[in-house]
Structures are given as structure tokens and as C-alpha cells.
Write a protein that binds this ligand. Structure first.
Ligand SMILES: *Cc1c(COP(=O)(O)O)cnc(C)c1O
Length: 425
């Protein structure tokens, strides 16, 4: 097989033979991306409606982000944290001012940032809150998705993600998502609780948007019990849901100095994915000094965390979000998307409903969770030039890059309507 010019089929066969089978991708092989579009190796053009699980909010190969990456890569790539570098401090000042926290701890992947937040929360619980050694517990939600490390899957209830990976890490209590009573009960019945880790919208679970006021009330309950309110905004953050952060509540993120809404602002904020615009693995944990200062040299680290390329890329990616008003665009286009699809749902038996916030939306397909209907619809969408993927059986997530125009969105809505209308089981 000539490896310089592969067909899609050949590329898929290579992965199948030589790569671990830890994913089940839609059969499409991409070789180029620009803005809201990607192209396969045969040159067919698609709208990307996954955005690499919301990592590519700024659009594929954004020139400002790519330039920042290339320029920094030519100058200095990695020093490790054994030495200082001249990019990290600049990035830390920029990011902490933008998100309104005293300090940031840079990591690489979302899972690492979640791990960092859990460690930070536990250390705070022993050294500030005063819990006895090894007693700290962290409350999490059912159907959460926070990543793939051994500790994180310890509190997942996805059997596929957990089976035969034990033994697991102790110290987590699972409660129902969007259930304040359950949170209140657990906080009142157990004095060893250090933190509450929550996704502002459960993305992987199928884009579950909690009841209005849930996050603010959850934060207030945490505050009452001296428990840290920890928001995993790896997927919901960076303008995806129509605000710079989903925990911004109703504040206006057109405001450059926005530091979030005090009612929902987390004690610990976890970011990843689009903080780099999908150009580079960058993640971060943000908190104020009263929490972050429990971390001392040697307590935690990462060879690549906070490297000069990551710092340059993340600064450029966050500037793009501001310069191009991506939060405002996501909010406006999201409203159009849901209104159009809700109207369309009335005309077909295949669509039950549409839900979401900003440009993080899901369409519920009218079939059982183990049916292949959503997958088959995604295959037809692919054939019609739009890439999306089912999450949890019968739910299709629609999350395009936030640089989409209204005209492009209307084009995409037409493709979705046509595909579903013509779909036959
Ligand atoms: C994707 C995701 C993660 C994990 O990020 P990785 O970079 O894949 O490790 C964690 N939390 C949420 C909410 C996510 O969507």
C-alpha cells in the first residue's frame, strides 16, 4: 500500500490494524479543516457539527491561533517548569484577569485538569477546612463525564468506561444531577465533604441542561456547608453555551472585564478543549489564593503544563473568542437552531425534541437507546455533507464551531431537515 496518498478505506484499514480499538469513529477520513468546514481525503467538504467535542470553538486552523503556535514553536517550545519561561507569566496574567481568579494552574488535557481540581480540593479540605486525614469526600453527579483516568472513572456510572478497570479510588459520593434536595441531604448528613464537582450542562450524557437556578442554588448550598463548588467547564466553557463560561449566569460577556456572575461563579474552575481552539492540548484549573495557595512546590506538576507554545496558543485562542464575539454569536445562532428544529420536530415522528444552550445542542431521536437509528441518521448526514455523532444511543449532539455565520447555519439546518425527512429505517 502506498502510504503517501491514501483512500479513506485504506486509512481506516491502517487504523483498524495498527491502532487500539478504543474509539468507534464515524467512517470519514479528514485531511483538512478551515473555519466551520473539514474535507475528507477524497476532497468532499463537510460542515463540522462536533467541533472535536467543542475543542474547535474558534473554527479549524484559525489563522491567528496557528500563527501564534508556529511563531512560538520556532522560538521556544519547552523548558519544563524547572526553569521559568517568558510566556507563562503573561498567559497566567491574561487568563486570571479574563476569568476573574487570583491564580491558574496549567495542565494539558481535560482529565488532567479534573484530577488537579480533585487534588486541590482534597488538600484544601485538610489544610484549610480542617478535615481529618484521608476522610475527605467529593460529591459528584450521576451520568457525569469528567475524563478517563482511573480516579475519574472511579466515580463514573458508565459501565463501558469502568468494567475491568478496578480497583477504584475511594472518596466520592454520587447524587442525581439537577437535584438540589439530594445535594442538600448529602451535605447535611456528612461533615467530611470537601467539594461538589459538577458540569454546568452534562455534555457527554446527552446535553442535559439543568433547571434555571440550579447552579446558583447548588453553589449557595456548598457555601453554607464550607464545601467547594467545582465547575467542570471543559466542554461548556469558552463561549460554547453563549457566555464565556456557562457559570457566567446572566452576566454579559461582551464585557471584557467580566469575571462571571457571583451567584454561580465556581470556587474551582476547570477548563480545557477550546481554551486552545483545538490547536494544542491545553487545560487549566483556576481558583483564588485562599484555595490555590495550598499547592506548594513538588505537590503537583506536569512536564508540558504551561509550556511556551501552550501559553501562546491559549492567549491567542482566548483573544479570538473576544475579538470575534463568539459568545454572542453562539447565543444568537443557538436560538435560531433550537427554534427551527423545534418547529421541524412537529412535522416528523423521528425527532422528539431539541434542547441545549448556545451552540451546544442535542436532538432526541424517537427510538430506543440501543437502536442504530441515530447512528444511521449521522451516516446520512455525512453523505449530505454534515458531520455529527450520536451520544448515548438515540441522542445526536449538534455543536458546530462558533465562527459559523447565520447563512451557513441556515444551510446546515436545511441539510438536517432534508436528511431526517428522507430517512428510512
Ligand atoms: C472532554 C471532557 C473532559 C476530558 O477532557 P480530555 O481532554 O479528553 O481529557 C472532562 N470533562 C468534560 C466535561 C469534558 O467534556
Amino acid at each position: 500500500m502506498a502510504l503517501d496518498q491514501l483512500t479513506s478505506q485504506q486509512a481506516i484499514e491502517l487504523e483498524d490494524k495498527h491502532g487500539a480499538h478504543n474509539y468507534h469513529p464515524l467512517p470519514v477520513v479528514l485531511s483538512k479543516g478551515e473555519g466551520v468546514h473539514v474535507w475528507d481525503v477524497e476532497g468532499k467538504k463537510y460542515y463540522d457539527f462536533l467541533s472535536a467535542y467543542s475543542a474547535v470553538n474558534q473554527g479549524h486552523c484559525h489563522p491567528k491561533i496557528v500563527d501564534a503556535m508556529v511563531n512560538q514553536a520556532k522560538t521556544l517550545t519547552l523548558t519544563s517548569r524547572a526553569f521559568h519561561n517568558d510566556m507563562l507569566g503573561k498567559y497566567e496574567k491574561f487568563a486570571t484577569e479574563l476569568f476573574g481568579f487570583d491564580k491558574i494552574l496549567p495542565m494539558n488535557t481535560g482529565a488532567e485538569a479534573v484530577e488537579t481540581a480533585l487534588k486541590l480540593c482534597r488538600k484544601w479540605a485538610y489544610e484549610v477546612k480542617g478535615l481529618s486525614e484521608n476522610q475527605a469526600k467529593i460529591v459528584v453527579c450521576e451520568n457525569n463525564f469528567h475524563g478517563r483516568t482511573t480516579t475519574i472513572i472511579s466515580f463514573s456510572n458508565d459501565a463501558v468506561a469502568r468494567t475491568n478497570f478496578g480497583p477504584f479510588t475511594n472518596g466520592f459520593i454520587k447524587i442525581e444531577y439537577n437535584n438540589l434536595k439530594a445535594l442538600e441531604e448529602v451535605l447535611e448528613s456528612d461533615s467530611n465533604i470537601a467539594g461538589f464537582l459538577v458540569e454546568p450542562i452534562q455534555g457527554e450524557a446527552g446535553v442535559y441542561v439543568p433547571t434555571e437556578g440550579y447552579l446558583a442554588a447548588a453553589k449557595a448550598l456548598c457555601a453554607k456547608h464550607n464545601v467547594l463548588f467545582i465547575a467542570d467547564e471543559v466542554q461548556t466553557g469558552i463561549a460554547r453555551t453563549g457566555r464565556l463560561l456557562a457559570t457566567c449566569g446572566n452576566c454579559s460577556c461582551a464585557d471584557k472585564n467580566c469575571s462571571g456572575s457571583p451567584e454561580t461563579k465556581p470556587d474551582i474552575l476547570i477548563l480545557g478543549k477550546a481554551i486552545s481552539g483545538g490547536a494544542y492540548p491545553v487545560s487549566a484549573v483556576l481558583a483564588n489564593n485562599s484555595i490555590m495557595n495550598v499547592i506548594k512546590p513538588g505537590n503537583h506538576g506536569s512536564t508540558f503544563g504551561g509550556n511556551p507554545v501552550a501559553a501562546a496558543v491559549a492567549m491567542a485562542a482566548l483573544e479570538v473568542v473576544q475579538d470575534e464575539k463568539l459568545a454572542e454569536n453562539a447565543e444568537r445562532l443557538g436560538e435560531i437552531f433550537r427554534a427551527e428544529l423545534a418547529e421541524f420536530a412537529k412535522t416528523t415522528d423521528l425527532v422528539l425534541s431539541v434542547r441545549g444552550k448556545g451552540l451546544l445542542n442535542a436532538v432526541l431521536i424517537n427510538d430506543t437507546e440501543d437502536s442504530s437509528t441515530a447512528w444511521d441518521i449521522c451516516m446520512n448526514l455525512r453523505d449530505n455533507g454534515l458531520l455529527a455523532k450520536p451520544t448515548h444511543g438515540n441522542i445526536i449532539r449538534f455543536a458546530p464551531p462558533l465562527v459559523m455565520t447565520e447563512e451557513q447555519l441556515m444551510d446546515c439546518i436545511a441539510i438536517i431537515k432534508k436528511t431526517i425527512s428522507e430517512f428510512k429505517k
